[in-house]
Design a protein. Structure first.
Length: 249
């Protein structure tokens, strides 16, 4: 069921900004909705990653994480290394792991790893999520519930749609060398779009670094800004909406 949020006077309803969010009967892209084939450079980078034979992309959930040893623990430790140790964000931590109120069985976690080391990751949460007083990060921020994210983070009402998921805690480990970062980014976003579509999503919304438009073009992802730029602990960020149906893996 789709929930409706009342529209404040200073915000536009989502459907007036993004007409492509009209009901979709089939979450899998058909021939008419596909874009051109992915650029040769992007395909070349992904082939290089695949030919390496060691980089793996895993989508974790509470129901399957026991199949992957301590990968989830390593994932949360990699998040601490990035967001607490390197970026100095004020976040909860325990036993070397970073976590928050959105790490619940409702979410999924994508880990890009090699020889047991987590190289990159991201969290996916349905915009229909509810856990106590919390829903998902962007919506809770808009409601003034999160002190580190401004309430005007979005130009529109935070969506509550089964076909829209939120991406958060995007990171690439600091020890990934420059010549491999595009490969890792490509594998991460490929797995994100694949996982989102498998869960019935057509769009993913989330906070990304303000330079997102530059690297999304390199990865051939279709996205649009849905909020103003803002700074969290010296990191400039912005909310964006990604169309995962148009992305051709």
């Amino acid at each position: 069921m789709t929930h409706t949020i009342a529209s404040p006077a200073n915000k536009k309803p989502a459907w007036s900004v993004f007409p492509e969010l009209e009901p979709v009967h089939n979450s899998k892209p058909d021939a008419s909705s596909r874009r051109r084939a992915r650029p040769a450079t992007a395909r070349k980078e992904e082939k290089a990653a695949a030919s390496d034979g060691h980089i793996k992309a895993t989508t974790l959930s509470f129901s399957n994480m026991s199949h992957f040893g301590d990968l989830f623990v390593s994932f949360l430790k990699a998040r601490k290394d990035t967001f607490i140790d390197r970026l100095h964000w004020n976040l909860p931590e325990s036993e070397g792991m970073e976590f928050d109120q959105y790490d619940t069985p409702l979410s999924r976690w994508i880990a890009i790893h090699e020889f047991g080391e987590v190289l990159a990751g991201i969290r996916l949460t349905p915009t229909t999520a509810r856990c106590g007083v919390y829903s998902y990060m962007l919506r809770d921020a808009q409601k003034g519930m999160l002190e580190n994210i401004p309430s005007d983070v979005l130009f529109l009402d935070a969506p509550v749609e089964q076909r829209v998921w939120e991406a958060s805690r995007l990171f690439i480990a600091d020890n990934v060398p420059a010549h491999r970062r595009l490969i890792i980014q490509s594998v991460l976003m490929n797995q994100l779009t694949k996982a989102a579509r498998e869960m019935g999503a057509t769009h993913v919304i989330g906070i990304v670094p303000a330079v997102w438009s530059r690297w999304l073009r390199r990865l051939d992802l279709d996205a649009v800004a849905v909020g103003p730029k803002f700074t969290i602990d010296h990191t400039v960020s912005q909310a964006a909406l990604f169309n995962v149906v148009k992305y051709v893996n």
